[in-house]
Design a protein around this ligand. Structure first.
Ligand SMILES: [Zn+2]
Length: 211
């Protein structure tokens, strides 16, 4: 904790004074235009990757960047999606997976999760991706994992579309969905081209989106 507390002290003394105007503006209201859904993984930092300031991104993070399908007992992720779309009026939703994801590794290697019942239950929301992954053959474990990360982003985009607020936003053309994958080693971002189902480098294809 020492490092974190020293960071807070440094933030208050050195960083905040330079951004006090921004925080003053944000002190009574927020109007982020993007809902960013990504993994809890410590190596994936949305504001750093997108070089955005406080107030720009509404963020959901959990193991495996998962959005459960909408159902009769909506949970925290569903409530946060609903609030982002129906109240804040975000125009875009990004689901961002990443390389070397622990949650996806657990699925792709059929890891025994008997001692982690909550994790096992949570990852059931990626069953569509798991089934697609299991139905294909791969020449290495690394390729199997990379493919699962992609299939999971696609599966979570499908889940997202079952949320009433998202469905309405898409029908009324007030919402775009994006599927991204961050590569930790190279720092590059891939983006799903919804027309072809391919993931392409985002910097060379800034216009593409998933849905
Ligand atoms: Zn992860």
């Amino acid at each position: 904790m020492q490092e974190i507390i020293e960071g807070i002290i440094r933030f208050q003394r050195e960083v905040f004074p330079q951004q006090s105007g921004l925080f003053k503006r944000l002190s009574t209201a927020q109007s982020p235009s993007v809902l960013f859904v990504t993994c809890s993984d410590s190596r994936v930092v949305p504001e750093l990757l997108t070089q955005t300031e406080p107030g720009a991104l509404f963020v959901i993070r959990n193991a495996g960047n998962i959005v459960p399908s909408y159902g009769p007992e909506p949970g925290g992720v569903s409530a946060t999606v609903e609030y982002a779309v129906a109240v804040l009026g975000v125009r875009d939703i990004v689901i961002c997976g990443h390389s070397n994801c622990g949650a996806m590794t657990a699925i792709s290697t059929c890891m025994n999760l008997d001692h982690l019942p909550a994790v096992a239950g949570w990852l059931r929301h990626a069953d569509a991706a798991r089934a697609i992954n299991a139905s294909r053959t791969y020449d290495s474990d690394a390729h199997r994992l990379d493919s699962l990360v992609k299939d999971n982003v696609i599966a979570q985009l499908s889940n997202l579309r079952t949320h009433p607020s998202v469905a309405v936003g898409l029908v009324n053309k007030k919402l775009n969905l994006h599927g991204w994958i961050f590569d930790i080693e190279s720092g590059t971002m891939l983006a799903l081209d919804g027309r072809t189902g391919e993931f392409l480098p985002l910097v060379e294809n800034p216009e593409i989106y998933a849905v």
